[in-house]
Design a protein around this ligand. Structure first.
Ligand SMILES: [Mg+2]
Length: 404
């Protein structure tokens, strides 16, 4: 085998961690995500909940309709992050390159360490055993000649599964008669387009390559290859500087019409983005504003900026973008920086500073916080570090919404 790739995927990760830590939850339909009275979706649910038709990504109201007897919980993201670090530590030992694709999921290149399929099988079972022994959690593992095949293999026998797809021929015979959605690069929208042209199964893609390419362009060519089992992609270790952007967003429990409040929220989001970027030593060279309106229409606006690394600048740019968009009720607001690099491009700001056009960004940010403090009677400066955490950010923003 030219490449031997393992895909590891935890089973119902968030739910499994909660059940491990509170045995009283065992055997119950557990749904992690929003609470039924809130807005939002299911993040993960236990296999018991899946029996009622609850799925990840499902609207929480729909989940509740299907499973009113379920136990509903907010995610403890910080806890899952800590477990995630432990997981990747266990897995990485077996690979020459590993690519974390989610908190609970990774591709491992085991070509060298395994030598052959039998070696890979051994590694896969070690991974399952060690993960269970060390962390008390089960995972599913796929071994294959490509990333796509490894991912599909890990899904095949879930939960606590193992499956192998040694060759492209094995891959094709396994999935040929399945719905096109089995190819995880085919999303809902793409699948609709394909169905519109009478293409329902992977075999249909194989037999209608030209139609697929006409319909989907470059993406069509890629999908046609995948459908034949052709995928030479390498396992690419994650490097923060390869990330295209860093962003944070919040969804409000009720739509927000007050754009003054939105602007105030931008200050907190800008802080979170700055902190995240600094953690990786990255500098943004552009700012993005993202909005979802009450009717679910989403927009993003962005502008380039020589240096977008401090919260005050990120906020100022995002606020200017907010001034330029349609003012109707908003459901979600997000801020990001893009065009990331390890280099600083401070020159322009330095000139502005010397000319006395700008105070230091730090001062400017403190001024913004002081204004927030006055308006909402909350000591933002003292709680900034906590606000960085998703749960606290969300609570703070909801508090602000209720106090305007
Ligand atoms: Mg998973």
């Amino acid at each position: 085998m030219k490449q031997i790739i393992i895909h590891v995927d935890m089973d119902a990760f968030f739910a499994s961690v909660e059940i491990r830590d509170d045995p009283a939850l065992k055997g119950k339909p557990l749904i992690i995500g929003s609470l039924p009275r809130e807005r939002g979706v299911v993040a993960t649910c236990s296999y018991e909940a899946r029996r009622y038709g609850v799925r990840s990504g499902m609207n929480i109201k729909e989940a509740y309709r299907r499973c009113p007897q379920g136990v509903y919980m907010h995610p403890n993201i910080d806890k899952y992050r800590a477990v995630s670090r432990q997981l990747h530590e266990i897995w990485n030992v077996y690979a020459t390159a590993s690519e974390a694709v989610a908190l609970d999921e990774a591709y491992l290149d085991v070509t060298e360490k395994a030598g052959d399929l039998a070696g890979a099988r051994k590694i896969a079972h070690c991974i399952k055993k060690r993960t269970l022994e060390k962390l008390g959690l089960t995972c599913s593992v796929g071994v294959a000649y490509s990333k796509t095949a490894a991912k599909i293999a890990s899904e095949e026998k879930k939960p606590d599964g193992y499956y192998e797809i040694p060759t492209a021929e094995d891959f094709v015979s396994l999935i040929a008669d399945r719905d096109v959605r089995v190819l995880y690069t085919v999303g809902q929208m793409t699948a609709e387009k394909l169905r519109g042209a009478g293409i329902r199964t992977v075999r249909d893609i194989q037999n209608n390559t030209e139609t697929v390419i006409n319909l989907l362009g470059k993406q069509g060519g890629w999908i046609a290859n995948i459908a034949r089992g052709i995928d030479d992609r390498k396992v690419k270790p994650y490097k923060p500087e390869n990330a295209k952007s860093i962003s944070r967003e919040v969804t409000f429990q009720q739509d927000v019409e007050d754009f003054g409040l939105l602007k105030d929220v931008l200050i907190l989001l800008a802080f979170c983005v700055e902190k995240r970027a600094r953690r990786y030593g990255l500098h943004g060279h552009g700012v993005t504003l993202k909005l979802t309106y009450a009717d679910m229409k989403g927009i993003t606006r962005s502008r380039a900026k020589d240096s977008a690394e401090d919260a005050a600048t990120i906020y100022r740019e995002a606020a200017a973008l907010l001034d330029s968009v349609e003012q109707s009720p908003v459901r979600l607001v997000g801020v990001g920086v893009y065009n990331l690099s390890k280099e600083v491009n401070r020159q322009m700001d330095l000139f502005a500073f010397i000319d006395g056009e700008a105070g230091s960004p730090e001062e400017e940010f403190q001024t913004l916080l002081a204004a927030l403090q006055e308006k909402y009677h909350l000591d933002f400066a003292a709680h900034l570090e906590e606000i960085y955490h998703a749960e606290t950010l969300h609570k703070t923003v909801e508090y602000m919404r209720k106090h305007t």
